[in-house]
Design a protein around this ligand. Structure first.
Ligand code: NDP
Ligand code: 1BO
Length: 344
């Protein structure tokens, strides 16, 4: 038998140390891998988590959902908007999370400028209202919600006379001033088309850091993803689960991949968005789902399955703008094409 001093024992000890070292290295690698996947870096250099909590239509469950997401599930990014009418609930949850020990600087809070505030003189007042409702001193990300400007008190959906000319350059200049004033860290847009992004890039002094668009395997939005990547604009994928309009979770290819990887369909859909380089913002008001939706790290969708998910033929937006803007009888937006134009 080997003793403490014989050569066999020395070899054994060295092997043990090597094994321990490789376990430490592996753990370290996994940690770096997880951290690298969990955050993306914006043009400004600020980091943004790859998963955030969506809050549209979370209603009276908002505060509980946001608190659960941050404190129990580990989310560090929340997406909200003035138009959702729940910012005070989000604010209460943020305050409670910070009282529970989460630091403000750990959180990335995003909100949006609604169409009735999409005029140069209304941008700063709208942001200040949002900050007040959220009980925050500054915002991490402020997005133009739609490239549409509406009159105060516009009908829902708008009627003729309610829609104003959208002064993209003037509104963006005021968004840039919010960054210069230290009220907002990053600015961006939502629901812009390729043409609109290109137009914005021509007049912007601060490039949009983020473009929030609908993106999931049922609406890949390839052209927008491509143009954003080309300009270093980070894509944030909304309605990643198909929202309430499309049952992507029962799409055969999604369930097949989920079963194969032993993950849920929702996790596969969220992971698909991350693997395309986007931040993904699933909404849920249920604790189990909120937790489930962020268990998307330290595993990957293999290339062949990723390609299969990226090949769904039936491509259409769930957010055609119908519920918000389309007034079939009187216009001015009589259908989704009027909202989006002929561009993607
Ligand atoms: P999602 O694709 O996130 O789907 C939400 C729906 O999926 C809800 O019905 C939710 O139900 C359900 N759900 C969530 N998790 C699971 C799960 N694990 N298993 C089964 N069902 C689940 O849709 P949204 O349209 O809400 O998009 C997400 C967010 O993106 C919005 O909340 C909003 O913040 C943002 N957004 C931005 C837009 C923009 O114009 N900029 C437009 C649309 C969305 P339940 O809550 O009951 O769990
Ligand atoms: C109410 C606007 C649609 C979701 O962002």
């Amino acid at each position: 038998m080997a003793t403490a001093h014989d050569p066999l024992s020395v070899i054994h000890e060295v092997r043990q140390q090597q094994q321990q070292l490789s376990v430490i290295q592996e753990v370290q690698q996994q940690k770096e891998h997880a951290e690298a996947q969990y955050y993306f870096t914006l043009l400004s250099g600020h980091k943004i988590p790859s998963v955030g909590l969506g809050t549209w239509r979370s209603g009276s469950f908002t505060a509980k959902a946001v608190f659960t997401a941050i404190v129990q599930a580990g989310y560090r990014h929340v997406d909200t908007a003035q138009e959702y009418g729940i910012q005070e609930e989000v604010g209460k949850a943020l305050k409670a999370a910070m009282q529970a020990g989460i630091k403000r600087e750990e959180l990335v809070i995003a909100s949006k400028l609604w169409c009735t505030d999409s005029a140069p003189d209304k941008v700063k007042p709208a942001l200040l209202k949002t900050l007040k409702e959220l009980e925050l001193e500054d915002l991490d990300l402020f997005l133009i919600h739609w490239p549409i400007s509406l009159k105060n008190g516009a009908h829902k959906p708008p009627e003729p006379g309610d829609v104003l000319e959208f002064d993209m350059e003037g509104v963006w200049k005021e968004m840039e001033n919010l960054v210069r004033d230290g009220l907002v860290k990053d600015i961006g847009v939502c629901n812009f088309t390729v043409k609109q992004i290109n137009r914005l890039l021509e007049c912007a002094h601060i490039k949009p850091a983020v473009c929030q668009i609908e993106m999931h395997p049922g609406w890949r939005n390839d052209k927008m993803l491509q143009v954003c990547k080309k300009h270093g604009i980070h894509v944030m994928a909304f309605s990643p689960l198909g929202s309430t309009k499309r049952d992507l979770m029962h799409e055969p290819v999604v369930t097949k991949v989920a079963n194969k990887l032993n993950k849920t369909p929702a996790q596969v859909l969220i992971r698909w968005g991350i693997q395309r380089g986007a931040t993904v913002i699933p909404k849920s008001i249920h604790k189990e789902r909120i937790i489930e939706n962020i268990q998307v790290f330290n595993w990957k969708i293999p290339e062949e399955d990723f390609q299969a998910l990226s090949s769904i033929k039936d491509q259409w937006r769930t957010m055609g703008g119908e519920i918000l803007f389309v007034n079939e009888k009187h216009g001015p937006y009589k259908n989704a094409t009027d909202v989006w134009g002929d561009d993607e």
